[in-house]
Design a protein around this ligand. Structure first.
Ligand code: FE2
Ligand code: FE2
Length: 275
């Protein structure tokens, strides 16, 4: 089982756009990325806020790229804790920042992280946020595991933030899909994304295909996400094809008790209680 977690450093995805990569151990699969992003430029944006377990490294990396008082926006794709883990810190450290979220996420996070209305801007899919030198067009990502999820396309750079879509484990600090070991992407795409998006089994391929086609028609040059590699050109086209192929396909079963037994045994903790 992998235990040494690489200390990733910010990775330039496009002009004025930095992926803030983090990894969490995932046993035999290696690591699962838990990324966030920073867009600098006229009105700097934090894109998601990482996980709480990475608080120190997240702060160090993000505020090594942009000064807290210069941050104008915090774009939260959704309120899952791997995306909003450091939101309270970000709002506190960045007094000039407005949280870009939506009604549903605000409601859902209100039970643990209430955000005052005057610190927010709500943005729904299809709506745009003007940042002076760029516009963020909100999108419903191709795949998502929370109903409140929004991604965006940055009109200045063609960067898409795909949130939870197009995930894949990685053997280490590898950020580009084209740099993954041969065959890995093809092998892991379906099982990994089936677990996050089990609704794919109900999908009508034609109707879902129209959503993917609309996204694929946007002026996107590169897609970055929380849990997957950076996708460009052929890699992005392939991700759309793979997602489309999941429509109506049987859902991959999640690991069950035998896997937990293995984890317990490997850690030498105790014999599992059987009922
Ligand atoms: Fe999520
Ligand atoms: Fe996530």
């Amino acid at each position: 089982m992998t235990t040494d977690v690489p200390r990733c450093t910010p990775y330039r995805v496009a002009a004025e756009t930095w992926l803030v990569p983090r990894l969490v151990p995932a046993g035999e699969a290696g690591f699962v990325p838990v990324n966030s992003m920073v867009v600098t430029g006229e009105q700097p944006v934090l894109v998601d806020t990482g996980a709480l377990i990475h608080a120190d490294a997240w702060r160090e990396d993000v505020f090594g790229i942009v000064e807290p008082e210069d941050v104008r926006w915090i774009f939260l794709s959704h309120e899952d804790m791997d995306h909003m883990g450091n939101l309270a810190t970000a709002l506190e450290m960045c007094p000039n920042a407005t949280l870009v979220t939506d009604f549903g996420a605000w409601q859902r996070m209100s039970v643990h992280t209430p955000v005052p209305p005057h610190r927010m801007r709500w943005l729904n899919p299809g709506e745009r946020l003007d940042l002076g030198d760029r516009t963020l067009q909100a999108i419903l990502p191709p795949q998502f595991d929370a109903p409140t999820t929004r991604g965006f396309v940055d009109t200045a750079t063609g960067v898409m933030w795909a949130a939870d879509a197009f995930g894949a484990p990685t053997p280490g600090e590898i950020h580009e899909q084209g740099d993954l070991p041969p065959g890995l992407w093809d092998e892991v795409f379906m099982p990994f994304n089936s677990m996050s998006n089990p609704w794919h089994g109900w999908l009508d391929a034609d109707r879902y295909g129209r959503h993917l086609d609309e996204l694929a028609a946007l002026p996107v040059k590169v897609a970055a996400s929380c849990h997957g590699p950076v996708l460009r050109e052929d890699g992005l086209a392939d991700a759309y094809l793979k997602a489309h192929a999941m429509a109506g396909a049987p859902v991959v079963p999640a690991p069950g008790q035998p896997v937990l037994d293995e984890i317990l045994a490997a850690a030498g903790l105790h014999e599992p209680v059987r009922v």
